[in-house]
Every structure is written in structure tokens, then in C-alpha cells.
Design a protein around this ligand. Structure first.
Ligand code: NAD
Length: 489
């Protein structure tokens, strides 16, 4: 790896926090840029996890007594440190995840928005109070839940942890983060920066490991709430397992996002936007455009999309996918597409590569004339692949979209407001875009899908997440001022 610019090298990251670990298990982390081992992490043992949770619970007792505005003050400092150290963080994300430096920076900046949201909490949240009968008041107080946890995926090593822990901590909780074992180092760097703010030791910890460690968090009685972001099958399992333990649980899953294009769409804007949505982060985004529903004759726009996608060079314009297995899985979809009656008009297996030939690169692909039941339409591919279905009407497009088991994002490209409104009203997705291929809501608007893209109620960021990471105490008071009048006068 090129370390010339980076101080955040894996040699400096050895999970020293867990030296009490009673296991010697390590997981090798492979950089998708080179296919070579980039570093290794020591898996957190059950004993170390017990100590970590106990330490966080102890620290949380004092933390909860600190007023909200002082807790938020740490997040202001954290924000500054994230900006100051952004080059190192970008370098780390680039190497462990493979995404381009620009993409790494964009994800980090989006994560910093969530830190800003947490820092602004004192200005945004307040309780409510009302005199419900003469001399009797009801009021609400927001209180922390205790020690809470987050389990995160590989595709946004900074942004998704930053969606979770700054807000949960600011609301007075302790926090245990388990990042993906494929991209574990960025989380460690984030924790070091938080520590530099003078943050209470032990309140926030990063633990390492795979599904076994994730399972321990689901079952642990002293974790009161758990947020998960990852694939749908795992989201479903974790939701069932952790809620059975009586925890508050919110799990975000995978996606299959449809982009609908109608004949009055602006050809230049739509084509560029669709290509960016499909190929950005090598298609490894839960918000990536994946199925294009082409209404009527939009051949001129599809031709532009083809032109632009065929010019994208892996290693120069897009990064690799996360692993050799992920690449093989994508190749499988391409292989079967033709056999199953669709047309592979752009084959990413044949793209020239400008990166390291050992990296896990896949070029952009287009599967055209697919039908709604085709696996490239129904399954999440998680690679730079656009599958096109030709339809006759907007109703048909909406009907196909709404058949998907997922419901993360849906976009329409049109220049007519009424058409957009018609679509927005009928489409079944948690996040809807109009001429925006990656319709990620910005804080304080919250992020979250529907169907198999989310298990549990509410969203993962914004105001909805404030509700998730805190509890409301309802207080009823009655004071009889007259009784104390002698003593006061
Ligand atoms: P993943 O489900 O394989 O892993 C996510 C996390 O769960 C990791 O920390 C992993 O260690 C852990 N894990 C894996 N298997 C487990 C099991 N059986 N039991 C308990 N824990 C387990 O997901 P990934 O491959 O890292 O990430 C890609 C997926 O995440 C895609 O499906 C993508 O759509 C989804 N995603 C969703 C959102 C969203 O907000 N909806 C955002 C980003 C990514």
C-alpha cells in the first residue's frame, strides 16, 4: 500500500485496547485495490467484550449526568478533528474499502453532517410541558437508554458508524461499535479522534470480529438498543435475535433501487445522473440505481448511458469491489443474463483495467431487455450493473417497482411536475428522487427504506434516530404553593 500520504497505516492499528483478550484469533484484512493482505485485526473475545460493556456502563452513569449542551460540545471538537484529519481518513477508507479518494471524501463529509446534527441537538430538541388541570403539569423529559451498540457494513466505513455513535453518545448513552471485519480500521481511527476531544475513557469502544461477535452483542443483556446496517438476510436475523432479548432494534437491509425514465426527461442530465448512480462506489451502495424502467421510446437516452458507461475505466474512474467472491458473484449474474433471455450489451468482464491487475475490479455492465422476474431485476447485485426493462407506460413501471421485496429508493427522471407527483404518490419506497439518482436525505431529514430494506420502525438518521437512541419520561407534577407560604414569607 502507498503510505506516503497516510499516517493511518495498519501497522499502527493493533487493537491494543483488547490486550486482555483471551483469544488469539486474528482476521486478515485484504485491500481490494491489490488483493493483498492490508493488515489484521485481533478478534474481541467474550471476556474482553464483557469488560468493554462493563466499562462503558460505568462511564455512562457519569456521562448521563452531564447536561446535553456539554455533551454536544465534544461533538463540536470531534467535527473539527474529523476535518483536520480528513486526508488520513480518506486514505484509510480508500485502502481498506477500495473506493476512490473522492468517493471516500464524499462519504466522510456526509458522515460529518451527522456529527453536526448531534452537536446541534441542544438547539433542536426540547421537551414539552402543559398544565393539564389546575396546578397539575405534565411534561416530557428525554433520557438515555444505557449502553447501546451498532453493527456496520463494509461499504461506508466512516459514514455509517458516524450515522450512529455521535448521536447516541450525545443523547447520553455509552456506545459499542462493531465495524465490518472487511473494513475495520477506519472505525479505530474515528475512535482515536473522539478520544482526543477528552472524551470519557471507556464510554465509546470499537470491538472487532465477524458474525460471532455480532451475535454476542445481540444477546448481551446490558446492551439496551442495537442498530444494524447491512444485507437483508442478516438484518432480518439480527432483528429477530436481538428483539427477542427485549432490546430496541432497528436494522437497515439491502436494496434494489429502480430508476424510471419517461420520454420528456432531460437526456443529458438523466444520462449523467443514472450513470453516476449505477457506477459510483462501484455499485456498492444501498442507494445505487440498479434497474432502469424505460418508459416508451427513450432509446436516445439509453444510447447516451451506454456511451458514458463504456468509457468508465476501473482503477481510474471507479474502484474495485470488496472481494474476489463479490466479483465472482457479479460475473455470475452477467453470465446467466444472456442465457436467461436478456441481452448483455455492455460486459464489464471485458473492461480494460488501469489499477493493479490483482485488485478486484469489475467494469460497468448493462443487461438490456430483461423481464420483471429476471434475477438481475429481483436480486441485489451490489456491483456496477444496470439492468433495463422496457415498459409501455408509467403505470407499468410503478407496478414493477412496487413488486420488489425491497423499498429503499426510487427515482423518476422527468421535466413535468405533475408526472413526478403522480410517481411520488404511488411508488412504494422509503426515499424517492426526482431527477436525483441517489436520493439520500440530508440531516435533519432521516434515512431509511421500507419492506426488506428495513426491519423495525423508524429511520437510521435524523429526528427519527433521536427517538431511537433515547427514551421519553412522562412526568406529572402537582405543587400546592399555598402550603409553603408561611415558610417563604
Ligand atoms: P453484511 O450483512 O454481510 O454485514 C454487515 C455486518 O453484519 C458486518 O459487521 C458483519 O460482520 C455482520 N454480520 C455478517 N453476517 C452476520 C450474521 N450472520 N450474524 C450477525 N452478524 C453478521 O453486509 P455487508 O456485505 O458488509 O454490506 C453490504 C450490504 O449492506 C448490502 O446489502 C447493502 O445494501 C447493505 N447496506 C444497507 C444500507 C441501508 O441503509 N439500508 C446502507 C449500507 C449498506
Amino acid at each position: 500500500m502507498n503510505t506516503t500520504k497516510s499516517h493511518a497505516t495498519p501497522e499502527k492499528i493493533d487493537s491494543k485496547k483488547h490486550e486482555t483478550s483471551n483469544t488469539d484469533e486474528y482476521i486478515s484484512v485484504i485491500s481490494p485495490l491489490s488483493g493483498k493482505v492490508f493488515g489484521e485485526i485481533k478478534v474481541t473475545s467474550e471476556k474482553a467484550l464483557e469488560e468493554t460493556i462493563a466499562g462503558s456502563a460505568e462511564a455512562q452513569k457519569e456521562w448521563a449526568k452531564i447536561p446535553l449542551n456539554r455533551r454536544a460540545g465534544f461533538m463540536m471538537q470531534f467535527r473539527e478533528l474529523l476535518h483536520k484529519n480528513s486526508d488520513d481518513l480518506v486514505e484509510m477508507i480508500h485502502h481498506e474499502n477500495g473506493k476512490t479518494r473522492d468517493e471516500a471524501r464524499a462519504g466522510l463529509l456526509k458522515g460529518i453532517e451527522s456529527v453536526e446534527f448531534a452537536a446541534a441537538l441542544p438547539q433542536m430538541i426540547s421537551g414539552s410541558v402543559q398544565e393539564v388541570s389546575r396546578g397539575v403539569e405534565c411534561k416530557t423529559l428525554r433520557s438515555p437508554l444505557g449502553v447501546v451498540a451498532g453493527i456496520t457494513p463494509f461499504n461506508f466505513p466512516a459514514m455509517i458508524p458516524l450515522w450512529m455513535f455521535p448521536l447516541a453518545l450525545t443523547l447520553g448513552n455509552g456506545f459499542i461499535l462493531k465495524p465490518s471485519e472487511k473494513t475495520p480500521f477506519t472505525a479505530v481511527e474515528l475512535s482515536k479522534l473522539l478520544e482526543k476531544t477528552g472524551f470519557p475513557p471507556g464510554l465509546f469502544s470499537v470491538i472487532q470480529g465477524d458474525k460471532h461477535v455480532a451475535g454476542l452483542l445481540c444477546d448481551h443483556p446490558n446492551i439496551s438498543a442495537l442498530a444494524f446496517v447491512g444485507s437483508s438476510p442478516v438484518a432480518k436475523t439480527i432483528y429477530a435475535r436481538a428483539s427477542q432479548q427485549g432490546k430496541r432494534v432497528r436494522c437497515m437491509g439491502g436494496a434494489k433501487n429502480h430508476l424510471t425514465i419517461v420520454p420528456d426527461a432531460d437526456p443529458e442530465i438523466a444520462a449523467a445522473n443514472i450513470v453516476a448512480s449505477v457506477t459510483g462506489c462501484a455499485g456498492q451502495r444501498c442507494m445505487a440505481g440498479s434497474v432502469l424502467l424505460a418508459v416508451g421510446n427513450v432509446n436516445h437516452i439509453i444510447a447516451k448511458i451506454y456511451q458514458m458507461m463504456s468509457k468508465i475505466i476501473p482503477g481510474r474512474d471507479i474502484g474495485p469491489v470488496i472481494s474476489a467472491e463479490a466479483r465472482e458473484r457479479i460475473f455470475g449474474f452477467l453470465e446467466r443474463a444472456h442465457r436467461e433471455g436478456a441481452e448483455l450489451t455492455l460486459d464489464g468482464r471485458k473492461s480494460p483495467i488501469e489499477g493493479n491487475k490483482e485488485g478486484f475490479y469489475v467494469g460497468p455492465s448493462i443487461i438490456d431487455h430483461a423481464y420483471p422476474e429476471h434475477e438481475a431485476v429481483t436480486e441485489e447485485i451490489f456491483g456496477p450493473v444496470l439492468t433495463i426493462i422496457r415498459v409501455h407506460s408509467l403505470e407499468e413501471a410503478i407496478e414493477i417497482e412496487n413488486r420488489s421485496i425491497y423499498g429503499n429508493a426510487a427515482t423518476i427522471y422527468t421535466q413535468t411536475g405533475g408526472v413526478a407527483e403522480y410517481f411520488i404518490e404511488r411508488v412504494n419506497a422509503g426515499m424517492v428522487g426526482v431527477n436525483v439518482g441517489v436520493p439520500v436525505p440530508r440531516d435533519p431529514f432521516s434515512f431509511g427504506g421500507r419492506g426488506e430494506s428495513r426491519f423495525g420502525d423508524g429511520d437510521i438518521t435524523g429526528e427519527s434516530a433521536v427517538e431511537f437512541w433515547s427514551g421519553i419520561k412522562k412526568v406529572t407534577t402537582k405543587w400546592e404553593a399555598g402550603r409553603y407560604i408561611d415558610w417563604m414569607s
